[in-house]
Ligand binder design. Sequence first.
Ligand SMILES: [Cu+2]
Length: 316
Amino acid sequence: MFWVNKAHAGNTFMPPQASNFAESVDTLYGFLYYSSLISCILVIGGLVYFAFKYKRKTASDKTAYIPHNALLEFLWSFIPFVIFLVVFAWGWKIFYDMRSAPKDALEIHVVGQKWNWDFVYKSGRKTSSEFTIPINTPIKLIMGSRDVLHSFFVPSFRVKQDVIPGRYTSLWFTATKEGNFNVFCTEYCGTGHSTMLAKVKVVSKAAYESWLENNPYKGLTLSEVGQKVYAGRCIACHNVTNVKKIGPGFAGLWGSERKLTDGSTVVADEAYIRESILNPNAKKSVGYEEAVMTSFQGQVSEEELTGVIEYLKTLK
Ligand SMILES: [Cu+2]
């Protein structure tokens, strides 16, 4: 429509229109903007005009008796009423479309947590802080939160949805432009809120298929995933034998009793290993008081984490 200059959508204050919803949202927004502007000019302009026209000129100037005007009063109520109804119906139509995902949409799970976004595909592929989608394909995001309220917002797609702990919410769209687009968390969720960003990469369908094929963990068992993670992330500090390096050797660690610096003991089970990766200093073992390990919170996916646990089980 005339009030949305498509050629300039990328150069004005609006982000590029990169989804099936972008144009209709912008058009409604444009209508609201310009109808408000016209109303504002009429009301303020009329006010200024009448202030001068009916200014008291002499001390004895007296306002004539003004009877009310039924037609005028009807119109200034009815016309805005019709405009409001138009905006309501128009907005409802777009809202309804945004809430009705096509049945064949490509589903991707999204998990928000302080302070990053995780993405899980049906194939088992998992990514953090970025996800890849094919162009011109309906995408449905099924979203949940591990902790507090977040909100998933892609300005270029004109879509936004709260992500709430304890329930699933969803969002759908079809990306119509290739490229990288920003994802923001748009619900204040703590000190790291402003860094809770992600990227959505829109690629051709062929590029998407080959990206999906190139899963580094494709076809691997959980413990094989763990072995790969070990080779990349743990090997600098941990041996696969029972020999101490910077941290304890991994062989025989699983299921063993760990003596803690506070005098208690704990069995190295799933919960203990998970905690030792995400929060290494929560339980310090005798002999490792220096606490040199840093947290892997947010740096390993759930798949990698359970992979490492399963890998440890195989090291006897
Ligand atoms: Cu957040």
